[in-house]
Design a protein around this ligand. Structure first.
Ligand code: ADP
Ligand code: NI
Length: 213
């Protein structure tokens, strides 16, 4: 089941933006398995959800928020998987995204918490920094502009416009993730990655100001 899913995801993600490509999925899948080993949870649900979670990001599909669900549902139903597992996996894919955080049901499964933590861990640290600058470049956003302040009260619609500076994205999302981790295992992993981002920002401003003096 898992190898078939991997092949399907690799083929579907061919040519995707580097921050949301197969390698992102692979890292999230492996982190998810690591967290699940410590925290428990149904491994099949965790693995399938991790592998399918970014199969069709609305950002790259004209804002279509149903497409990922649709593709995942068709795929899962074509395989020999129980309807209960399919429902659990689809629930996770539907509710996991950072931009949907205001709209998610209060009670979510352990499996969703695990995959969400893994996805959030891949958004921070050195890889998080690389993904963020890659995505900012993909959008042709400025790296930094001292005149533009971060917007901490984004509504979903504004967040989705993605047109701020890349440095502001650290304050609008990346630095908030450490305290949003669901599991103890992920909270521990997040600490070092979080500190690395703070050090990076510190050095970034030093170099910027040195050049401006
Ligand atoms: P989610 O899929 O959880 O809603 P996003 O797709 O918005 O989260 O973000 C995933 C990653 O894409 C972020 O961690 C970041 O690396 C990058 N990204 C998203 N929005 C921006 C942005 N406005 N500027 C720079 N990077 C961004
Ligand atoms: Ni993801």
């Amino acid at each position: 089941m898992i190898p078939t899913t991997i092949t399907f995801v690799q083929e579907t993600l061919r040519g995707a933006e580097a921050g949301h490509d197969w390698f992102h999925t692979e890292r999230v899948w492996k982190l998810s398995k690591f967290i699940a080993e410590k925290e428990g949870g149904n491994l099949l649900v965790v693995e399938l959800a991790a592998l399918l979670h970014d199969i069709a990001d609305p950002k790259f599909h004209e804002g279509d928020e149903e497409l990922a669900l649709h593709i995942s549902k068709n795929f899962l139903e074509s395989q020999n998987i129980s309807p209960e597992v399919i429902d659990q996996v689809l629930f996770i894919i539907k509710n996991m995204s950072f931009k949907n955080r205001g709209e998610v049901p209060k009670e979510v499964s352990l499996e969703m918490k695990i995959v969400q933590d893994a996805d959030r861990l891949d958004a921070i640290g050195a890889i998080g920094i690389a993904r963020t600058f890659n995505f900012g470049g993909f959008q042709n956003n400025p790296m930094y502009d001292p005149e533009i302040q971060p917007n901490l009260n984004f509504k979903k619609k504004e967040y989705k416009k993605n047109n701020g500076t890349t440095i502001n994205h650290f304050y609008e999302k990346l630095l908030l993730l450490k305290d949003m981790m669901n599991t103890e295992t992920a909270r521990k992993l997040a600490e070092k990655r979080h500190q690395f981002m703070l050090d990076f920002l510190d050095q970034f401003y030093r170099e910027w100001e040195f050049a401006m003096d």
